[in-house]
Design a protein around this ligand. Structure first.
Ligand code: ZN
Ligand code: ZN
Length: 411
């Protein structure tokens, strides 16, 4: 019997380096992980450079590689992916941006880049969508709220470029920068002018918005400025279902990952209690995977918490989160006809507090897999595995072959 379904589990930022607080173990190797270890014992393991040896991957470029869309060909910046993840349907040629609500002080300097960690900005975004008018440029736009202080902007119109800098001064106490083109192209100069006008109009709408007046009355910081960054032009993505002949779904609390899934045509499945943080309800996400498999042959599950602990440098927290993830994955052990792959999208070592180029451990378990002698899922054990050292763009072809969906090369 050949398996017919694939579950790709990305433990975001799982890879790490030996940590002094863990007596030289990594958080993963220090964690109690009976479920992952059983999958490793029954499957084949290896280590993986998501992009290439020595390249520190972003979560966006790494997920594109894992889905078989080479990032050097398909990656045009974070903006269009965040915009798509926020629910904006990005069409090829649209220019997307990540946005933050921020607070300006009376002198026009940034007092808080996150507007007091504001939540519930939908009325503000609605006011901007309805009130800002860019028709003199022949440009239409969408502006939608994301989680917390985050939002996304997408511009559409003739002659727009994505070679524009940010207005974010990146520090408090400085005024926002005017948008400026990063090239001599007229399209980039035009886009900078559009953005300067967008922010000017948005500011005057936000200044007097009831929600901000209410916040001021409560002693909270008003969200009276929009900071934009990550400009990118939406490219063309051949739909996943046509490229691989599989109906796919994505389950992730991170807007960026949901956006990547959406641009390639994976159906996003929202999950109650999924936060993208260490407090996420992973049991609910695993339940959603099992339900999604009834109608989809491919499910991408992203679990974000370990990355956050890595960025915070909290090795014990990362270890304990991994142990909790392990328990939550147990219902996947007995799924019939399903190939399960578990891997990281990059390492986020607690000693580095950022992504590193250290390869990540990989395991693949399912019908037809040739097991190796590795009995544990961690950075050290998997380095001895039968997959040896692969790249991120190798994963999907290997999985497709296991479900008999790989094309024969030659006669
Ligand atoms: Zn990541
Ligand atoms: Zn990260």
């Amino acid at each position: 019997m050949t398996a017919s379904r694939i579950v790709l589990i990305v433990l975001d930022g799982i890879g790490d380096r030996p940590h002094p607080a863990l007596h030289g173990a990594t958080p993963l190797s220090a964690a109690r992980t009976p479920v992952l270890d059983r999958l490793a014992r029954e499957g084949i393991t290896g280590i993986m450079d998501t992009i290439a040896p020595g390249i520190r991957p972003g979560s966006d470029t790494s997920h594109l590689a894992l889905l078989g869309y080479p990032p050097r060909e398909y990656y045009t910046g974070r903006g269009p992916l965040e915009a798509e993840g926020s629910g904006i349907r990005m069409r090829p040629g649209m220019v997307g941006f990540r946005a933050n609500y921020a607070t300006l002080d009376p002198e026009g300097r940034v007092a808080d880049r996150r507007a007091g960690r504001i939540h519930g900005t939908e009325p503000l975004s609605k006011a901007i969508e309805e009130g800002v008018d860019l028709s003199s440029f022949g440009v239409t736009f969408r502006f939608v709220s994301g989680a917390g202080h985050r939002a996304a902007l997408a511009l559409e119109g003739e002659g727009l470029g994505d070679g524009v800098g940010s207005n974010d001064p990146k520090k408090e106490g400085a005024p926002p920068h005017p948008f400026a083109p990063t090239s001599d192209l007229p399209a980039d100069a035009r886009t900078a002018a559009v953005l300067n006008e967008f922010v000017r109009q948005a500011r005057s709408l936000l200044f007097d918005h009831p929600l901000n007046r209410e916040r001021l009355a409560q002693g909270l910081l008003p969200a009276n400025e929009v900071l934009l960054r990550g400009a990118g032009r939406m490219g063309h993505f051949e739909p996943f279902s046509e490229r691989y002949d599989l109906a796919g779904a994505v389950i992730s609390a991170a807007t960026l990952i949901t956006g990547i899934g959406r641009v390639v045509g994976l159906e996003p499945i929202p999950v109650e209690g999924a936060t993208g943080s260490v407090d996420s309800n992973i049991e609910n996400k695993v339940g959603a995977v099992i339900r999604a498999l009834e109608t989809h042959q491919f499910v991408l599950l992203n679990i974000k918490g370990a990355d956050e602990s890595g960025h915070d440098g909290k090795a014990e927290q990362k270890r304990d989160f991994i142990a909790r993830v392990d328990g939550a994955l147990a219902p996947l052990l007995d799924l019939p006809g399903t190939v399960i792959a578990v891997l990281g999208d990059h390492s986020t070592p607690c000693t580095v507090k950022d992504h590193s180029a250290d390869p990540v451990p990989v395991l693949i378990r399912g019908e037809g897999v040739r097991p190796d002698r590795v009995e544990r899922y961690d950075e050290f054990a998997c380095a001895e595995g039968g997959l040896h050292r692969i790249r991120g763009c190798d994963i999907l072809p290997i999985l497709l072959d296991l479900i008999d969906k790989a094309h024969k090369y030659g006669a």
